[in-house]
Design a protein. Structure first.
Length: 572
């Protein structure tokens, strides 16, 4: 592979499969590298990095992936002290949802911004937003400010993660990309694992308090700023002025995309709990959500108020069989991860009376096998090559692990439950980061399709988290309310509606205090654990989808020693 040349040469590459040519530069200081012209398919090998630059890129991936995973789970064990500080049980779930929602809403927007904004300043902006969001969370005087800080945190995390992905796709050879993505998945999983433990430890320390679960992001992320000076400034800049490009963005699509996700979350979280299912408010909310989703689909398909090259979603890429089916597999992994990470601790809290830090240890089998599977999947993909096998195997494991967990009761031994979690963890690891390595081998180097695929796979990792938590939360809240209300029925003044919601959140509640050790507690615990384990039938359903996606994939061997140019394989 050649090193970066000291020459300055104009280059051209389109940001969309159907878009006109745009100028692309890869610069190290004042160095530019010709990345090829889609008109003649004459693309040279990928530009290489010097050893210090490669080390810097690896460290960026390690830190960026770790903090992204950590901030997803750092709230798991600090909900009780947050509620004690601010109250408002009805808003507590939004402290978790705001991060994932903002992250998923802004991923496609960052992809389009990257089409004309050099990635180094984009990374600086994203990193600054992430750090400011973390600082706001730590200093929040109210739960509303905390939710705003979490949303800003999520926006920054989306930008940092996407910039890292674009650097990986640009500078990693096809055989190296799966390994780099394995590192990303490993660090993300370590962040997920440590989030509840670190957050819980800070909350238990009277000198630090739960606020340091957010403040800790500052020393973790500040080293990324000098690292950005080490990495070559990658630019995917068109010849048109940046202000013109900014105005030409699909602002209508971004608005509808964000509004659709927000309204869907609101509809799922409020229906049946805050508003009766057949009330005018619920009907109006769902009607507005469905109309917005329909408008979004229509606006992107036609397209309206934008152009085909500028539209938010890479629709031409969705017609690629491999890309869309691997994305569906990624959706399965993110759905499974979300349900497992959020509801397994709640099960152990109810069924075993486990303290917050103890509930986190029960997730170790899930995280450990996820890490092993991520590393094996990335390391072996260039040797195995037949990626279809990954998704067929994962589909079987999703169905088996989900079905076993759905039948768990409070009497099921911990060893058995943790074994079932290990099965799900391995399945999740097989498909969590694999898709980008596959698309990196099958998509052509020209046309910006690999960057579009990176954004698509990131959406497949995050949008299902929002949807899965919304659906599971809706089921859990509605069925859980029925269970607790039935348990306390006939006991006048036993528990208020707010105290019942506290019980559902696993917080200290009069539902437990007033009847501790009695029939009420037993009925509530048995009922709520049954509701929680029943949520794993969702994993069974999406696992069936993963298996079906695997069946639909081509039985083909990936050619990692070749580059794709205009649909043809070219030896490196």
């Amino acid at each position: 592979m050649e090193s970066l040349s000291e020459k300055s040469e104009p280059v051209s590459l389109s940001g969309d499969a159907s878009s006109p040519k745009t100028e692309v530069t890869v610069q190290t200081q004042e160095v530019r590298r010709d990345l090829g012209d889609i008109s003649d398919g004459n693309a040279p090998p990928k530009p290489s990095l010097s050893s210090p630059q490669l080390v810097g890129l690896v460290i960026m991936n390690v830190i960026g992936s770790y903090v992204s995973g950590y901030d997803v789970s750092n709230l798991a064990n600090i909900q009780a002290p947050v509620y004690q500080a601010f109250g408002h049980i009805e808003l507590l779930s939004w402290v978790s949802v705001a991060y994932a929602l903002a992250n998923a809403a802004t991923i496609p927007f960052f992809r389009k911004i990257a089409g004309f904004c050099p990635l180094r300043p984009l990374a600086c902006f994203s990193l600054l937003a992430f750090i400011v969001g973390a600082a706001i969370c730590g200093a929040a005087p109210s739960i509303v400010v905390l939710i705003v800080g979490r949303a800003l945190n999520g926006v920054g995390a989306a930008g940092v993660y996407q910039v890292n992905q674009y650097y990986n796709v640009t500078f990693c050879r096809p055989a190296d990309l799966p390994r780099m993505q394995s590192l990303v998945g490993l660090c993300w999983a370590l962040g997920i694992l440590s989030g509840p433990a670190i957050g819980g430890a800070f909350a238990a320390n009277p000198h630090a308090t739960w606020r340091w679960a957010f403040y800790i992001n500052l020393p973790l992320c500040l080293p990324l700023f000098p690292l950005l000076l080490l990495i070559p400034p990658l630019s995917l800049a068109p010849s048109t002025p940046r202000l013109t490009s900014l105005l030409a963005l699909d602002w209508a699509g971004f608005l509808l995309h964000s509004l659709s996700l927000t309204l869907l979350s609101l509809s799922l979280l409020l229906s049946g709990t805050h508003f009766p299912w057949l009330s005018a408010a619920t009907i109006a909310l769902w009607t507005t959500t469905l109309v917005t989703l329909l408008l979004y689909a229509t606006q992107q398909t036609l397209p309206l108020l934008t152009t085909a090259p500028a539209r938010l979603l890479p629709l031409p890429l969705l017609r690629n069989r491999t890309t869309i089916l691997t994305a569906l597999g990624t959706c399965t992994s993110s759905t499974t991860y979300a349900l497992t990470m959020y509801y397994t601790p709640l099960f152990f809290s109810f069924a075993r009376g486990a303290a917050p830090l103890a509930t986190a240890t029960h997730l170790l089998p899930f995280i450990a096998t996820l890490i092993v599977a991520v590393l094996l999947a990335g390391a072996l993909l260039p040797a195995v090559r037949y990626y279809k096998a990954y998704y067929l195997a994962a589909g079987v494991l999703y169905i088996a692990g989900g079905a076993l967990l759905a039948t768990v009761t409070p009497a099921t031994p911990d060893a058995a439950i943790m074994g079932y979690l290990a099965v799900l963890g391995f399945a999740t690891g097989l498909t969590w980061q694999t898709a980008l390595g596959i698309t990196g081998a099958v998509l052509p180097d020209e046309g910006g399709q690999k960057l579009d695929a990176a954004a698509l796979q990131s959406m497949a990792q995050l949008v299902p988290v929002v949807v899965a938590l919304g659906v599971a939360g809706c089921v859990y809240q509605n069925r859980g309310l029925s269970v607790v209300r039935a348990a306390v029925a006939g006991r006048e003044g036993f528990a208020t509606e707010e105290e019942i919601r506290e019980a559902l959140a696993g917080l200290a509640s009069a539902v437990f205090e007033a009847g501790r050790g009695g029939e009420v507690v037993t009925r509530v615990v048995e009922g709520l654990t049954g509701v929680i384990t029943g949520l794993f039938w969702i994993v069974v359903a999406v696992g069936g989808g993963c298996f079906a996606a695997g069946l639909g994939m081509r039985w083909e061997a990936l050619e990692f020693g070749k580059r794709r140019r205009g649909g043809e394989d070219v030896e490196e």
